[in-house]
Design a protein around this ligand. Structure first.
Ligand code: G3I
Length: 363
């Protein structure tokens, strides 16, 4: 009898243990599947992203839920810029950016690094820095190297230099240009490549889709870097567009960049209803303009899909809902440039994106 009891006990324990392990495996599987995006990012053959504001992610459930559901790539709107990462000389603060990376990992989202070298979001100590050329170059190198070492393996692509050019070949007279000359762009990419040889390195700028001048100036800059043996992997077209940016210049930009072999990242897309250069000063979006925005987004997505798939790095919007757009930082300039309305409901532009994903590919 005792023998039977012992056997029964062992059998019961092993079956109970078996039940626990099945239960635990199911729990893990559910958790893993439950967190995968199911919206646009799941429907597209390329990553679909948004910039993310960490404070909103923590405070706004609708903002967070929309990002979890729709996007497979995120770009830190602010917490991976120099003023956030190195607020004081040689003092790096990673907590906010690391929190964003944890969120992205939990939701199977890629993180695109933005931005290592820019004239914006500079901490005061850099704006007030006094040093010779060698000191400025060391400052540039240390920020790039320390940052990329910290995120290595978790952030696999970076906007290394953001907005270096005017509207043609000429360089913006940024603080980097003033202290290092035009060569700072080459140094930035060299230091980034040395810091993380595995990372994809991007040049990112606006108005590249607005006509040939800045686009050709950018491609000439990158060609000069290539001639020096400095490889840039991709180009970010910010695409802060409006309804009167012609499709022909957008498709020309996509094709010219791809023809040079670069990855193409639509990196900060929004489509303003207020047409560039026309002070129509809208106070509300009209159904007609929202329909036009839908057509616009559909056309851009369909054009993007004509690129070689291997060069489709992704389409990232600069914000989730119209209420989140940076464009509203100017209160006199209300705007409704994104896929979701102020209540995080999909707009016609959201449908336009989906239609663009299934539009016939007439190459
Ligand atoms: O965090 C501080 C806060 O502590 C302070 O109280 C508050 C008021 O001064 O400022 C907060 O910092 C702001 C930061 O956004 C975080 O909200 C900065 O002032 C503000 O200048 C910053 O604006 C960002 C801007 O880049 C400059 O970095 C925008 O959110 C962001 O959308 C915008 O994004 C840029 C891209 O990086 C590059 N391409 C253009 C695009 C639009 O300007």
């Amino acid at each position: 009898m005792r023998h039977i009891n012992l056997t029964y006990t062992k059998l019961f324990r092993s079956s109970r243990l078996g039940c626990y392990s099945v239960w635990f495996a199911l729990l893990l599987l559910t958790a893993a599947c439950a967190r995968r995006p199911t919206g646009l990012g799941a429907q597209a053959s390329f990553p679909v992203g948004t910039c993310v504001n960490l404070n909103k992610l923590r405070a706004n459930p609708a903002y967070r839920a929309t990002i979890e559901r729709e996007f497979t790539s995120i770009t830190a709107e602010d917490v991976m810029k120099m003023d956030s990462l190195q607020p004081r000389p040689n003092e790096f603060t990673w907590a906010s950016a690391d929190a964003l990376l944890r969120f992205a990992r939990q939701h199977h989202q890629r993180v695109h690094g933005h931005a290592l070298v820019w004239s914006g979001a500079l901490p005061k100590w850099v704006l007030q820095f006094k040093g010779d050329t060698a000191a400025w170059d060391q400052l540039l190198r240390q920020h790039i190297t320390t940052t990329m070492h910290h995120f290595k393996g978790r952030v696999k692509a970076w906007d290394v230099v953001n907005e270096a050019l005017e509207n043609d070949d000429t360089f913006n007279r940024t603080i980097w240009y003033e202290h290092l000359g035009p060569g700072y762009v080459a140094h930035a990419f060299q230091y980034a490549r040395q810091a993380d040889p595995e990372a994809l390195l991007f040049y990112n700028d606006f108005d590249l889709e607005n006509g040939p001048s800045k686009l050709n100036g950018t491609l000439r800059l990158l060609a000069r870097l290539k001639a020096q043996g400095i490889k840039v992997d991709g180009v970010g077209l910010q695409m802060h567009a409006s309804l009167n940016v012609p499709f022909s210049s957008i498709t020309e930009a996509f094709q010219k960049i791809a023809a040079q072999g670069y990855l193409v990242h639509v990196s900060e897309m929004d489509v303003q209803l207020n047409r560039y250069g026309q002070n129509d000063a809208l106070t509300q979006p009209t159904p007609a303009l929202l329909a036009e925005q839908r057509d616009y987004v559909r056309t851009v997505v369909a054009a993007y899909r004509k690129l070689p798939p291997a060069q489709q790095y992704g389409i990232t919007f600069w914000g989730v809902s119209d209420g989140d757009t940076w464009l509203r930082s100017n209160p006199r300039h209300p705007e409704w440039p994104l896929l979701f309305d102020d209540k995080y409901q999909p707009k016609p532009a959201y449908e336009g994106f989906r239609e663009g994903l299934t539009a016939p590919l007439t190459r």
